[in-house]
Design a binder for this molecule. Structure first.
Ligand SMILES: O=C(O)CCC(=O)C(=O)O
Ligand SMILES: [Fe+2]
Length: 289
């Protein structure tokens, strides 16, 4: 695991295989098929819609590229929480965060899916630094260690994500800035200097610093069900509040959610709630649509 940590630090991302034990993989595939069908049918309101980079969103665009809050008790799919708190995954998170299990903080868990009928792409971005940031602002934001890890775990071959290795530590060069200063998606993601396409085989996970420069393209004909989540460490204090709490997590404070978690999950949830209660009111949004 220390090898992975080193790669994660230097490159800003690392691919780790085998974090989904086989029996859970089968359950996850079935649960994903059900929640994807419900989302496409318009029965699940928490979704990412085509043309919008991130929630909140309006209801006018029915094609979806993501299902939000898959651990929500109203979805009735306990396997998502079961996997989120499973040992191989937590081992990886603890190694990358350099923290103990009792310091892990439950955060977001969503599912990324192929839109049904629109080819679609995101613009190049860092999740928590705006594209208009000056070089100094960027340098300052990137110097903060966020005490969180984010990952994509592919259930089917996934070649949607593009990243610029090592850009988690460096402000954009002028030509990289030219490719990432507007709200437009790139015509060709590989035109970005230094860009690399991340190809995941089923069962592989890419952990990436969410402030690495990245984008993604979505092909309606390539089946995608990729588990997209993040987890923090209490060592970060309130540094992850905006990134996490902007998504509206009131449902996670309800008894029904807590009741569906195992002991480990409850401890991770308690850490999130403690962090939420220590910040007051409006946390704002990281990016504009
Ligand atoms: O689809 C992906 O893998 C990346 C999604 C992403 O960058 C985002 O939601 O901010
Ligand atoms: Fe992103």
């Amino acid at each position: 695991m220390s090898h992975y940590k080193e790669l994660y630090e230097t490159q800003g991302f690392v691919i780790i295989p085998n974090l989904v034990p086989e029996p859970i993989r089968i359950e996850l595939e079935a649960a994903c098929a059900r929640v994807i069908a419900r989302t496409r049918a318009g029965e699940w309101p928490h979704r990412r819609t085509v043309g919008r980079q991130f929630p909140p969103f309006d209801e006018a665009h029915p094609d979806s590229w993501g299902v939000q809050h898959v651990m929500h008790p109203a979805l009735g799919e306990p396997v998502f929480a079961k996997w989120y708190t499973s040992r191989p995954l937590l081992d990886a998170a603890e190694a990358l965060l350099e923290c103990r299990e009792d310091e892990l903080q439950m955060e977001l868990f969503n599912l990324l899916i192929n839109p049904e009928s629109h080819a679609f792409a995101l613009r190049w971005h860092r999740d928590d630094v705006r594209e208009t940031a000056t070089e100094d602002e960027e340098r300052e934001a990137l110097a903060v260690w966020h005490h969180g890890v984010q990952w994509n775990t592919a259930l089917y071959t996934d070649s949607c994500l593009y990243i610029v290795p090592e850009s988690h530590k460096q402000p954009r060069s002028s030509s990289q800035r030219a490719h990432s200063s507007t709200m437009d998606a790139p015509a060709d993601p590989l035109a970005m200097p230094g860009a690399l396409q991340v190809v995941l085989q089923p069962g592989e996970t890419v952990f990436y610093n969410s402030n690495i420069l990245h984008t993604a393209t979505y092909d309606p004909h390539a089946r995608r069900a990729t588990l997209h989540a993040c987890m923090g460490s209490t060592r970060g204090g309130t540094s992850r509040a905006r990134n996490v709490l902007q998504h509206g997590l009131l449902w996670m404070k309800e008894d029904t959610f807590r009741a569906g978690l195992d002991e480990r999950g409850r401890a991770m949830l308690a850490n999130l709630i403690k962090m939420q209660e220590s910040v007051n009111g409006d946390v704002g949004y990281s990016l504009a649509n």
